[in-house]
Ligand binder design. Sequence first.
Ligand SMILES: [Zn+2]
Length: 288
Amino acid sequence: MPELPEVEALALDLKGRLQDRAIVKIHIAAFSALKTFDPPLSALEGTLVDDVTRHGKFLDIHASGLHLCLHLARAGWIRWRDEVPTIPPKPSTKNPLAVRIVLDNDAGLDITEAGTKKSLAMYVVRDPLDVPGIASLGPDPMVESFTIEVLGEILQREGRKQLKGVLRHQGTIAGIGNAYSDEILHAARMSPYKPAGGLDDGELKTLYAAIRDTLGAAVERSRGLHASELKGEKKSNLAVHGRTGQACPVCGDIVREVSFADSSLQYCPTCQTGGKPLADRRMSKLLK
Ligand SMILES: [Zn+2]
């Protein structure tokens, strides 16, 4: 799933390609992705793109006073086409194409979603705050006003909740998902299960620096890359996320994972949990 750094880079890449271009036509192949009906999707046809920005993990295409907001979810992605096919796409369960945006220079944008679990979401609104997922976002960790004091207050408020869940909850802090929360906690050398309210001043400083440095470095690396290059870039720079069984790049210990119903987290025991593996209910159930 694209998170803050990838969506930031996508917004920048798309801004360069879409700004001042007119949207000529929008073809929708996956109707379930469109979550709004007023204004209709067709209201975007004939508009000029003014800007492309990011809210948390949402992309926002600004066009003549309207906004097309996109949440790519787990398997959604964007593919740029220098020339779009002239035949409109047919709705199909096999084709990952969800939406195609055609521009006045015959180039265009395919928004795709792979896999069977469809969660790509698209909203046409007059104000991005009309999108519930955007209106409820917590502060963005990359803006200047996200100070160490702001993080400290958030952690105090979350109290006994575990850091892993606090970091990736969009209503608490915007833009961090499963991958970067693993990476941030590894950089901060903290257990994913550590209670948010239990950090001392030194630990708060460490976690704050880990958030800004991890995301900042990923944004820096992703900047200027095209959509097609972003996934590989993200994957090749992760220290623990998605690397179960491989060596921790910091200490050489084996990266371990804890599985949940529909996700998993990865961590390094030596760096993060005093050398002790965390209990994995699914694994212990299998071993019984
Ligand atoms: Zn390690």
